[in-house]
Ligand binder design. Structure first.
Ligand SMILES: [Zn+2]
Length: 415
């Protein structure tokens, strides 16, 4: 790896980068400062169209794969080389912000436009990527497009993934107009970088402008089915009930305690619970929920899976119901590539920005891609650590700082 002479490296256009964020944020507005663009909905499709339009203006051709992932390519001097890529996602949470994911795509685009303005050629091709369905709200689980690209799920699993409104992923991707035929073999990559807002308070508290992300904690989802018996809320004595919702509530409390006992790096959450009946006067006979487990150490994740099953079954016995626990999906902890981390660190030092090395608490597309391509991530601060919230905010200056780091790291890798 060679460091480029500092005086030859272009500086990104801060105002253009900010203006693109504000333009993108006009699609799917929620309560003025928020966005709702669930994957492959009309809002997501509009965002894709705008992004593709900007890529076209920057002289790039956009290609798509089976998962609807979008790849905009700027050719290099050496077509035999794989691309040095960067990107993230344009879909959002239902009450999402203007920066989560979007900043990773738009900073990558800004790198290309800056190099175009400066007439700067690279040896390797450069690529800007929008991964499909990162948020996993409409199609669970999340980081779906990158999981398929990295070979972590097969074609059938991708195609048959159902949306919350009962539609097949394959049909929705085709109907969106963004399902293509490219495969990972057609889109070789030498490196992948993802810039993202931190979504936590660490950088802000430390007064750092940049986080160089070295690892991503692992995740596991467990499906829990609780079966009791439907009953009349007026005639069935409390002691005679087999209440699946009440038992689920007790399981949630016990799971939280189990997580706290394991240690401060452990995360155990239940964000979705559904009941088979939905009436105020019916004792619930069946309920389902998903446990989200996270930890930086796979051995601890394995242990937590066992503990979750033990806790649910013990509570079920106490409440006279049955609990079945199964593993739906897991992603092991990710260690990012040392040469990509080095490229980021030397960029940060060249720009004399305060930074820290850190682990990512959230999962990102980069965690999937790292299984296949040398990868690392850049974090920038977000105000009060707030994300998945319409109040999410990153400053123009932090976006620009992160974008300049991204540009330098991409140049280091692309030559
Ligand atoms: Zn994100």
């Amino acid at each position: 790896m060679t460091d480029l002479p500092a005086n030859t490296i272009p500086i990104i256009n801060t105002e253009r980068l900010w203006a693109r964020h504000m333009e993108m944020a006009k699609i799917g507005v929620v309560e003025k400062t928020g966005n709702c663009r669930l994957a492959l909905t009309p809002e997501d499709i509009e965002a894709r169209t705008l992004f593709a339009h900007w890529c076209g203006d920057a002289g790039m051709e956009v290609k798509c794969d089976r998962a609807g992932n979008m790849f905009a390519i700027r050719p290099g001097r050496n077509p035999a080389r794989g691309a040095v890529a960067a990107g993230s996602h344009l879909d959002t949470q239902p009450h999402g912000g203007r920066f989560d994911g979007i900043s990773g795509v738009l900073t990558a685009l800004e790198v290309i436009e800056t190099l175009n303005d400066a007439g700067f050629e690279t040896d390797a091709p450069l690529m800007v990527i929008n991964w499909t369905n990162e948020e996993g709200v409409r199609f669970a689980p999340g980081i779906l497009g990158s999981a398929w690209f990295a070979g972590r799920i097969d074609d059938e699993t991708l195609d048959e993934t159902l949306s919350t409104d009962g539609k097949r992923f394959a049909d929705e991707a085709a109907a969106s107009g963004w399902r293509g035929t490219k495969t990972p073999v057609d889109l070789p990559m030498e490196a992948f970088f993802e810039l993202h807002i931190e979504q936590g308070p660490v950088l802000e508290d430390a007064g750092a402008d940049i986080g160089v992300v070295t690892t991503v904690q692992g995740l596991s989802w467990l499906d829990v089915r609780v079966t009791g018996m439907d009953a009349h809320a007026g005639t069935t004595p409390l002691a005679a009930r087999r209440d699946a919702l009440l038992a689920s509530g007790a399981m949630l409390v016990a799971l939280n305690k189990m997580g706290r006992d394991i240690g401060e790096d452990a995360r155990v959450s239940v964000g979705r619970l559904t009941t088979a009946t939905d009436g105020p006067s019916t004792v619930v006979g069946a309920a389902e929920f998903v446990i989200d487990i996270r930890h930086p150490d796979q051995k601890v994740i394995d242990h937590m899976q066992t503990e979750c099953a033990r806790v649910c079954i013990a509570v079920a016995q106490e409440y006279g119901v049955e609990a079945r626990v199964s593993v739906r999906f897991g992603i092991p902890p990710t260690q990012f590539d040392q040469s990509c981390i080095d490229a980021l660190e030397s960029a940060v030092k060249g720009l004399q920005l305060p930074y820290r090395r850190m682990a990512s608490g959230a999962l990102h597309d980069a965690a999937n891609i790292a299984a296949k391509v040398p990868t690392a991530m850049i974090f920038i601060p977000c105000r009060d650590g707030i994300s998945h919230n319409i109040a999410e905010y990153a400053t123009k200056e932090h976006l620009a700082a992160g974008c300049n780091v991204l540009l330098r790291a991409m140049l280091t890798k692309a030559g």
